[in-house]
Design a protein around this ligand. Structure first.
Ligand SMILES: Nc1ncnc2c1ncn2[C@@H]1O[C@H](COP(=O)(O)OP(=O)(O)O)[C@@H](O)[C@H]1O
Ligand SMILES: CC(=O)N[C@@H](CCC(=O)OP(=O)(O)O)C(=O)O
Length: 309
């Protein structure tokens, strides 16, 4: 671990108004610190949210801050755009069905290399640089994420016949074995997990990172699931941010097409997490500096909260 040194105190005094605003923010955070102390928060860090170095550093320092105030963070990361860039370089075409990448053998190899390799280690290094103790894992380590092949059906608009779409090595988590995560928690280590699963047949499966994060959040009894992305949250038909959404409204948004593409697995994940016992699942704007702190430690939050009601 590289311990982050505390910034040298600035001798330039802020104005009285700035002091008051800072003090108010800190005192407002206190009840939230108490409320979340000892609780687990699963944070999904999306590939789109990773683009900017400054934001990535802030993300890592927010994760370390959560840990320092007694919250247990678990990071699950994506890397869709980064997998896409590597596939482009290798001239391998990629298609998506309902936000899921159709994954043949070659695509699986690249996806695993990018997710469990470069991206995973980059995030671990960022957190360690900010003074945390992070360790990188793939869902295959200690059989953390056991997965089964996903199939989807699609109605052909011409014939109106429903057809099975084979997505290849796309998996859905069917069992999470959280034993290792519990040991890491006791050792004060922050897990950073790549969304790759292991099948009963020993095959490797590519899992949508939102789906993996939701399954882990439910399995460890997380209080909050935060999905960091590159939009303000869930937007309605008029492109207005929806601050909170019931499970029923989230289901309706998928059914009527208000949610499409990558938003479908996000909402499905929020629904499953909440139905699986997670108190609240939030789709958060990762482009906002310190979005995680705003969500956890302030009244309003910073995205769309999917809750039971
Ligand atoms: N109703 C909606 N509100 C907001 N975004 C939506 C909606 N429906 C579809 N989307 C799309 O979902 C995308 C977020 O999913 P995705 O690209 O998979 O993000 P990430 O890589 O962060 O997981 C948005 O960029 C947007 O294009
Ligand atoms: C099956 C499937 O679609 N897997 C995703 C895994 C990465 C991911 O989900 O990354 P983001 O969160 O950045 O989109 C993929 O191959 O892109």
């Amino acid at each position: 671990m590289t311990a982050a040194s505390a910034p040298a105190p600035s001798r330039e005094a802020p104005s009285r108004e700035e002091w008051i605003a800072k003090a108010r923010t800190l005192s407002e955070a206190l009840p939230y610190m108490r409320r979340y102390s000892g609780k687990t928060v699963v944070v999904k860090y999306g590939g789109h949210a990773m683009g900017n170095q400054e934001l990535a550093k802030r993300f890592a320092s927010d994760i370390v801050l959560l840990k320092q105030v007694g919250i247990y963070p678990i990071v699950v990361h994506g890397g869709g755009p980064q997998i896409g860039q590597m596939l482009d370089r290798l001239n391998i075409k990629s298609t998506f069905v309902d936000g899921l990448r159709v994954t043949d053998k070659a695509t699986m190899e690249i996806a695993e290399m990018v997710l469990s390799g470069s991206i995973n280690k980059e995030i671990v290094a960022l957190i360690n640089d900010e003074g945390g103790d992070a360790i990188g894992l793939s869902g295959k380590d200690d059989d953390l994420i056991e997965a089964r092949k996903v199939t989807r059906t699609k109605r052909d608009p011409d014939s109106n016949i429903e057809r099975i779409v084979d997505l290849g090595f796309v998996g859905d988590p069917f069992r999470i074995n959280p034993g290792l995560l519990m040991k890491l928690r006791q050792a004060d280590i922050i897990p950073v997990i790549a969304p790759v699963g292991i099948g009963e047949d020993g095959e490797t499966y590519n899992i949508n990172a939102d789906t993996a994060a939701g399954a882990i959040a439910a399995a460890v009894g997380a209080t909050r699931l935060l999905l960091l992305t590159d939009v303000a949250g869930f937007l309605d038909k008029d492109k207005n941010l929806v601050p909170s959404l019931s499970v029923e409204a989230a289901k309706a948004a998928i059914a009527d097409g208000t949610a499409f593409g990558g938003m479908i697995p996000k909402l499905e994940t929020c629904i499953e997490a909440v139905e699986g016992g997670v108190e609240g699942a939030v789709i958060l704007d990762g482009r906002v500096p310190h979005a995680i702190l705003l969500e956890i430690f302030t009244e309003g939050g910073a995205g769309t909260l999917v809750g039971r009601k």
